[in-house]
Design a protein around this ligand. Structure first.
Ligand code: HEC
Length: 137
C-alpha cells in the first residue's frame, strides 16, 4: 500500500501497489493496466477541466492527440498569452514536466498548479493520453 491509496480509486491503487517494489517497475507493467490506471488518474486529476474529445467544450483545451501537437494550438480555444506564444511541441517529456509543475514550465499559464510528482502516476497518465490518441484515429 502507498499513502496515495487513501485518495485513489481501487484500480489505480492496485496498479501503484504492483509498481511499488522495484525502481522503474512501471515499465514492466502490462500496458493495458497502465492505460486503465492512467484513465482513472486522468478522471480524478484532469477531467473536470479537460476532455480528450475535441468536439466537447470544457474549461481547459481538449487533449486529443496532445503528443506531437504544438502548444496552445487549438483554434477556437482562448489560451493565456503565455501558452499561446510558448512555441514548443508537446512530447512525453514536456507533458511530464507540465504535470509536475505547469506554472514553472510555462510561467503565466492559466492552468492552476496540479503538481503530479509521482513518476509512476505521470507514466500512467501519459500511457492513457497516448492510447486515447490511438483510439481516436
Ligand atoms: C482546474 C482546471 C484544470 C485541471 C484540473 C487541469 N488542467 Fe490542464 N489546462 C487548464 C487550462 C485552463 C489550460 C489552458 C492554460 C493556458 O491557456 O495557459 C490547460 C492547458 C493544458 C495543456 C496545454 C494544452 C495545449 O493545447 O497546449 C495540457 C497538456 C494540460 N492542460 C494537461 C493537463 C493534465 C494532464 C491535467 C491532469 C494531470 C490537467 N491539465 C489538469 C485547466 C486545467
Amino acid at each position: 500500500m502507498t499513502p496515495n491509496c487513501l485518495t485513489r480509486t481501487a484500480l489505480a491503487c492496485l496498479a501503484l501497489a504492483a509498481a511499488a517494489p522495484a525502481a522503474q517497475a512501471e515499465q514492466g507493467l502490462d500496458e493495458a493496466i497502465k492505460i486503465e490506471a492512467g484513465k482513472a488518474f486522468f478522471a480524478s486529476e484532469c477531467q473536470r477541466c479537460h476532455s480528450i474529445d475535441a468536439d466537447r467544450q470544457t474549461y481547459g483545451p481538449p487533449l486529443e492527440n496532445i503528443i506531437g501537437r504544438p502548444a496552445g494550438s487549438v483554434a477556437d480555444y482562448a489560451y493565456s498569452p503565455a501558452l499561446a506564444k510558448a512555441g514548443f511541441t508537446w512530447t512525453e517529456g514536456a507533458l511530464i514536466a507540465w504535470m509536475e509543475d505547469n506554472q514553472a514550465f510555462v510561467p503565466g499559464t492559466r492552468m492552476r498548479h496540479v503538481g503530479i510528482t509521482d513518476p509512476v502516476v505521470q507514466a500512467f497518465i501519459v500511457a492513457w493520453l497516448k492510447d486515447a490518441a490511438r483510439s481516436a484515429q
